[in-house]
Design a protein. Sequence first.
Length: 180
Amino acid sequence: MPDREEERRRFFVERALQGRFMGYTVIILVLYSLFLLFIQKLYTMMVLPILFLIAVVGILLIILLPSMFFTHRFFGPLSRLERHAQLMASRDLSQKIRLRRGDNEAIRRLADCFNSFSQNLKESLAEAQRLHALLQEKTARLTAILEGGKPYREDPVALMEEIRSLQNELDQLLQSFKLI
């Protein structure tokens, strides 16, 4: 894995995405330049209001439409990632990010990371809930034994050992997260 300084000096971080963006930019600039040459030729032959109308329509077709297409292809998936991150921030881990087949590969990998993170967190929380429920049940049984309210058939020492074992499992689960 490259270090931070090497990453900062690398100009092509995502070659496919950057190359496509550069290609679109070059195509738009070439089309716009050709359009300006066309307008210049028309200027000598036409009336100014018609020329202005052709220029406006041409600019819309050559610059705005391709720009809208490219930004939609790029920011659409990013918008889905953002919505998913907001769901996760509000503690909703039930959703998966689904992208279209044609979406950028780098964004697809990021979506896969989000989905893996969400799934792993969901599994860890389910395990913590399971251990918590067992701890509550065993603690309630031990409390009943110690308070003498119920006759018991269980050995309180064995029950304490089970509780310690569950606590250790829960501790291990929690320690598997790097919080600081």
